[in-house]
Write a protein that binds this ligand. Structure first.
Ligand code: GTP
Ligand code: MG
Length: 628
């Protein structure tokens, strides 16, 4: 049966027929509102919550927040190095960094990681991070280092800006002219499991990395030797409880602080899937990194700390006065388009596996998740303990839990997740999450998830924003070479015919005939979240889209939108909480972008300010690029 869909008049999201409001932006379906006015569905309307999608955590200056994911090799090859990129929050432009500095750091790190676990991380490093690393190795002083970095950034920027004379972008074709080739549409390669990108999200310290590390260990992805080493070293540092988390938190800073700062990427196999685990940082300072990593998710595990007071902090912040990251992450991943959720109610050992506590959490969080438009039927609730290994890969053994819980274990819940549909019939779009050093060729490779289309060895791709064409030389999936990658796959792509330095996180590989836009003037449809300071014309914001953030300014407030998506006749002077509006933004630097109607991955945007997500939205129109 072909599912029936309706298109949202505000954000053009394609919703299932059964939805009365848009899953993306919350706007009511037009004919539903009409019948609601007639009184026929009044009750249903009043039950739909107006809860904001994302609230903010206070006191954070996000302009100082690193936006970071990183790729780490843990396959025992110490020569494997990864390039990295600075996201300069000062001048808000993205440029490649000296990959060698990170490479040196990775070399030092390989001793802590297993020869067998392929754990990867992707990194967008801020100057501060770079500085700390070079300081350690006796590099220049911080101020001279900063000067050097600033100079390098501006020279790199001018090199990387789309050079209209050099760029070999041919005249773009119309989308309807695209015809996928036969090999692109072929069935899944036989014997190869489908790839499921699974984000692990939740409030700080809820146990995300411990859970991820424990799963890897139970599934044999961490050798006994390496586990022993992690246990010994973490104990010596007085951090014995972090032994499993160290499989994911492998930088010395993360280990010292006991806090994940970047998204850790690890691979495991279940009966049904090759799972790419994206272990997000939970600390509110690192929400931008969480956005960059979890935006690739097909489904998510929301980890909740069941201990008394901790669950409450995840909901309402420390002291109950703000919004915790259990709520913020849940809202964000829903706005990324994630529909399926496993709620891992962790640390049940700390509450004596109490059924009452579990039911209380389910009730409180459940009603919040409903208000974020998660369907009850798409949520699986599991009481577990990562530390005591309860309900992870088999049914629990603790009598306090077995006496009331007979549901699935985490591994079974992962296997029951459904793969979202993959769009292989559209032209290639691969947003570059990171630039890493390829294991097979030793050259820089673009790492990221194919959002649409497919590539194989020999395919021609257009690299943006530099605008140069290149040929796919090799493709690696979880460090193993493969000949074809299709929409949904997370891969490293080695390219021929281009200098690796032209690849930058936040860039995009696309079909040469169907380039995506590179622009810094955009029209957005936004939903304003819970804000205390109104959004005005001229307001400075941080603009987040796929793997990039840019400083931006609101240049116009065009109209307010009512529940049906109808624009107001006159433009308001400012925007406040829960309003839908059309605005124009001007970014300091151009980003790779598409209208949401053409590409969901390149058309979802987030506005943040002072450490808070203040609006979620979609790109309505690409206005263009400044002529310099
Ligand atoms: P961030 O990434 O910084 O947000 O933290 P996290 O969610 O990854 O938490 P992490 O895995 O680093 O664990 C934080 C602390 O919780 C560590 O001391 C863990 O040992 C502890 N912890 C994790 N799981 C459990 C559990 O099941 N029971 C108990 N009692 N403690 C746990
Ligand atoms: Mg962690």
């Amino acid at each position: 049966m072909v599912p029936v869909h309706w298109t949202c008049s505000m954000c053009t999201f394609s919703n299932h027929e059964s939805m009365v409001y848009c899953e993306m932006c919350g706007v009511f379906r037009e004919n539903f509102v009409k019948s609601a006015k007639d009184g026929s569905v009044k009750d249903a309307v009043s039950t739909v919550s107006n809860e904001p999608r994302v609230s903010a955590s206070p006191k954070i200056d996000s302009s100082k927040t690193p936006m970071k994911t990183r790729v780490v090799a843990s396959d025992g090859d110490s020569a494997r190095k990864h390039a990295s990129t600075f996201i300069s929050t000062a001048n808000s432009t993205h440029v490649p960094s000296a990959g060698s500095s990170l490479g040196a750091e990775k070399k030092n790190k390989t001793h802590v990681l297993s020869e067998e676990i392929p754990v990867e991380r992707t990194a967008l490093l801020v100057p501060g991070h770079f500085q700390r690393k070079t300081d350690k190795s006796g590099g220049p002083s911080s101020s001279s280092q900063n000067d050097y970095v600033a100079q390098k950034l501006s020279s790199d920027i001018s090199q990387l800006n789309l050079d209209k004379n050099n760029a070999n972008i041919t005249k773009p074709c119309l989308p309807e002219e695209y015809k996928p080739e036969k090999w692109m549409l072929a069935d899944q390669e036989s014997g190869v499991l489908s790839q499921l990108n699974l984000a692990i999200v939740g409030h700080v310290d809820s146990g995300k990395s411990t859970l991820s590390g424990r799963l890897l260990h139970l599934l044999g992805r961490i050798s006994r030797k390496d586990m022993h080493k992690n246990e010994k070293e973490s104990k010596e540092k007085g951090k014995g409880s972090f032994a499993f988390a160290w499989a994911m938190d492998e930088s010395s800073e993360e280990r010292e602080r006991g806090v994940t700062m970047t998204v850790g990427v690890a691979y495991l196999e279940t009966k049904e899937y090759r799972v790419v685990l994206l272990d997000s940082p939970g600390h509110k300072d690192f929400v931008p990194n969480m956005i960059s990593g979890a935006t690739q998710a097909d489904a998510a595990i929301l980890v909740v700390d069941a201990s008394n007071g901790s669950f409450e902090a995840g909901m309402d912040g420390e002291g109950g006065k703000s919004v915790g990251q259990t709520k913020e992450h849940a809202q964000l991943i829903r706005s990324f388009g994630v529909e399926q959720l496993v709620v891992a109610v962790n640390k049940m050992d700390a509450v004596a596996y109490s059924k009452e506590r579990f039911e209380f959490i389910k009730l409180q969080l459940g009603s919040f998740l409903r208000s974020c438009n998660f369907k009850d039927s798409a949520i699986t609730w599991i009481p577990l303990s990562a530390v005591e290994n309860q309900t992870l890969i088999k049914p629990p053994s603790d009598a306090h839990l077995t006496c009331w819980y007979q549901g699935p274990c985490l591994l079974d819940a992962i296997d029951s997740l459904q793969l979202p549909s993959r769009d292989v019939t559209k032209p290639l779009i691969l947003p570059i999450c990171d630039v890493i050093k390829s294991q097979s060729t030793g050259q820089l490779a673009a790492f990221g998830k194919l959002e649409t289309g497919a590539i194989q060895n020999g395919s021609k791709v257009l690299v943006l924003p530099c605008g140069l064409e290149a040929t796919v030389k090799t493709i690696e999936r979880d460090t193993i070479s493969c000949s074809i990658a299709r929409a949904g796959d997370n891969v490293a792509v080695n390219l021929q015919g281009i200098d690796g330095n032209q690849l930058i996180p936040g860039g995009v590989l696309c079909h040469p005939g169907f380039p995506v836009a590179v622009a810094n003037h955009l029209e957005l449809k936004i939903l304003v979240l819970d804000i205390t300071i109104p959004i005005l014309i001229g307001s400075q914001v941080e603009f987040h889209i796929h793997h990039v953030k840019e400083a931006a300014r609101i240049t116009k407030i065009i109209a307010l939108l009512d529940k049906t998506g109808k624009p107001s006749k006159s433009a308001p002077r400012f925007l406040k909480s829960k309003q839908n509006a059309v605005v124009q933004v001007s970014l300091d630097g151009a980003v790779c972008v598409q209208e949401f109607s053409k590409s969901r991955a390149l058309g979802r945007a987030y506005l943040r300010s002072s450490g808070r997500t203040i609006a979620v939205g979609v790109v309505n129109r690409v206005i263009g690029q400044d002529e310099n």
